[in-house]
Write a protein that binds this ligand. Structure first.
Ligand code: HEC
Ligand code: HEC
Length: 207
């Protein structure tokens, strides 16, 4: 009886780890599939054009969700929707696993001190009078996000891309945020606050 339990546990353990692997994706296969992505996101996942996001080092669960959302049309963008058209769910898991293992390169900004100070204030304190929730609550003190809750890492992301996303949430063009979390926040922000916090995020240490 004891022996049976041990064997059953071992078999269960094996099948669990096999399904966990499938669940988390195969980065080797993801690398092979990433050739068409390099043109915009670069081989190391750190896009050069600040309007295109760095995908390197983001949590796999978040990346996978984005790819699925582009595929279903929950999130739409003329450059990204065609990219996922031929990908199936496993392809997207594998690509997400690969990008998540790449290292996020440090960010850059040309914003002045005053703008960055406002950005820091918004990031840590929100804007109480306008009901803007502090970013730190979900994206974490260093902008590292919260993988378990699928709150994305933001640290070192390009300021121009951040600002574009905040504008897209504010207008509703991007509407794949569960519970309208980001749409609610962004729609209450001033253009000045959006710009400032977008640049501040670019300065956060990605490590
Ligand atoms: C022609 C340029 C281009 C190519 C090629 C491209 N992307 Fe993108 N990608 C973008 C742009 C632009 C965005 C942001 C679009 C938006 O605002 O929703 C983006 C967004 C993403 C995001 C969401 C990032 C985030 O932080 O939310 C992921 C994930 C992604 N791309 C993965 C891929 C993968 C995987 C491929 C290859 C199969 C690929 N991209 C090919 C331009 C491109
Ligand atoms: C209640 C939690 C919460 C708070 C507070 C919050 N966010 Fe978010 N944010 C999210 C979630 C969840 C997403 C991803 C939605 C999705 O699944 O696509 C997100 C996405 C983003 C993105 C897009 C990331 C990408 O790679 O495309 C940016 C930029 C962003 N948030 C900035 C901010 C800023 C700036 C603040 C503060 C003013 C803030 N967030 C406050 C939950 C939050």
């Amino acid at each position: 009886m004891k022996k049976f339990v041990v064997i059953a546990a071992a078999t269960l353990g094996m099948s669990l780890s096999a399904s966990l692997h499938a669940e988390s994706g195969d980065p080797e296969r993801g690398k092979e599939l990433s050739t068409p992505c390099i043109a915009c996101h670069q081989a190391d996942g750190n896009s050069v054009n600040p309007a295109w996001p760095k995908t390197a080092g983001k949590d796999a669960g978040y990346l996978f969700k984005q790819l699925m959302d582009y595929k279903s049309g929950e999130r739409s963008h003329p450059l990204m929707n065609p990219q996922v058209a031929r990908l199936d769910e496993q392809d997207m898991r594998d690509l997400a696993a690969y990008f998540s293992m790449q290292e996020t390169a440090p960010g850059r900004t040309s914003a002045d001190e005053e703008t960055l100070a406002l950005g820091e204030q918004v990031y840590f304190g929100g804007n109480v009078s306008d009901g803007v929730a502090a970013c730190v609550a979900c994206h974490g003190p260093g902008g590292k996000g919260n993988p378990a809750a699928v709150f994305p890492k933001l640290a070192a992301q390009h300021g121009a891309y951040n600002l574009d996303q905040l504008n897209q949430f504010s207008s509703g063009q991007r509407h794949n945020d569960p519970g309208r979390m980001m749409r609610t926040i962004a729609s209450r922000m001033s253009e000045e606050e959006m710009k400032a916090v977008s640049e501040y995020i670019a300065t956060l240490d990605p490590k």
